[in-house]
Write a protein that binds this ligand. Structure first.
Ligand code: AHR
Length: 330
């Protein structure tokens, strides 16, 4: 029975304890309207080139915060995913006195000083996708992202149903230190962790990349005599690389080894339709309008929930992928 499941997250109870903001737009006018004709300036401390999910997410933000909408978006991608380049861009935006900062952090930790500086300058910060560690919700207005633990738990629930007698599995992780990696491990382990019928052969980062996903999983298959039934790849690209490793080992992806991924990019949906992937959990990157709404509320001093959860879907069969592909926007 193929299923395309839409997991609607109820935005956190935090709506009750919503953060009240007394911040006003530094441009003096209402956000987005340009107030007295000026544009609202948005400093976007971004990740930059990292894969199809990131490209879709950052393009959607840029397509949303346009001059027609009353914004001047200053896009600052990291240099080679380097956190220092992000902190430098963040500092420049604070010194420049932008009206609001959007932050997609390449590293979860190390942001306290920057966020405190923005707070002193009364510049609201909104986290896009990535969280900070430790998670001090006083240091930012809100985080907008799908629910990583929930999304990963959905993958694990599929795996538990797919392998009622358990399986030997491996995990391909994103880079160490990235918030969503820890959150996805937490979600997966919340379902599979205590199930003794599942044997974890190991976990290793393949840095979100297809090439590394292939090379790491080649080694995993060789070192386990191909006796691996399940792979949890924390993003599509690593899963697509693992498909190549499975095929080059003379095995059939989707049969000998079932691969589940997170993101829901077109390449993964096509692989699911072809039976090469077995499960894809969407991690919807298209939340620019949600971010714009949060910016407007923050600059107007309205309540904003500390965590705005973006709804996700899951796809568990070729039929579900084929049905979804015509409408996919990324
Ligand atoms: O933070 C989201 C993750 O970053 C995506 O799952 C991955 O594809 C991206 O690189």
């Amino acid at each position: 029975m193929s299923a395309r499941t839409r997991i609607f997250q109820v935005a956190g109870v935090a709506a009750v304890g919503a953060l009240s903001l007394g911040l006003a737009s530094c441009s003096g006018g209402a956000a987005g309207s340009g107030g007295d004709g000026d544009l609202t300036t948005v400093g976007f401390v971004a990740v930059g080139p990292e894969g199809d999910w990131r490209a879709a997410n950052e393009q959607n933000i840029q397509d949303t915060f346009t001059e027609d909408a009353g914004y001047e978006l200053k896009y600052a991608p990291a240099a080679n995913l380097d956190q220092k380049s992000q902190i430098d861009a963040f500092t420049s935006f604070v010194d420049e006195g932008v009206d609001v900062i959007l932050l997609s952090a390449t590293e979860g930790s190390g942001w306290e000083d920057s966020l405190e500086r923005a707070q002193e300058a009364e510049i609201p910060v909104i986290l896009i996708d990535r969280g900070i560690e430790p998670d001090d919700t006083d240091l930012y207005v809100t985080r907008i992202a799908p629910d990583n633990p929930q999304v990963a738990a959905g993958v694990a629930e599929w795996a538990a149903g797919e392998f009622p007698d358990g399986a030997k599995y491996f995990v391909l992780e994103g880079p160490a230190g990235v918030s969503v990696v820890n959150e996805r491990n937490e979600g997966w382990d919340s379902v599979i962790g205590d199930d003794s019928s599942f044997e974890k052969l190991g976990a290793q980062t393949a840095n979100w990349s297809t090439e590394e996903g292939k090379s790491v999983f080649e080694t995993v298959l060789k070192s386990n005599g191909n006796d691996v039934q399940l792979l949890f790849a924390q993003n599509d690209e690593m899963g697509l690389g693992a498909i190549q490793a499975v095929e080059e080992a003379g095995l059939t992806p989707g049969e000998d080894v079932k691969i589940a991924t997170i993101d829901g990019t077109k390449g993964a949906m096509e692989a699911l339709a072809a039976g090469e992937l077995s499960f894809v959990a969407e991690y919807n990157p298209l939340f620019g309008e949600t971010a714009l709404d949060a910016v407007e509320k923050a600059l107007e001093g309205e309540d904003v929930e500390p965590y705005i959860i973006v709804p996700s879907e899951t796809f568990d069969s070729p039929e579900a992928a084929e049905a979804a592909l015509p409408d996919r926007q990324y």
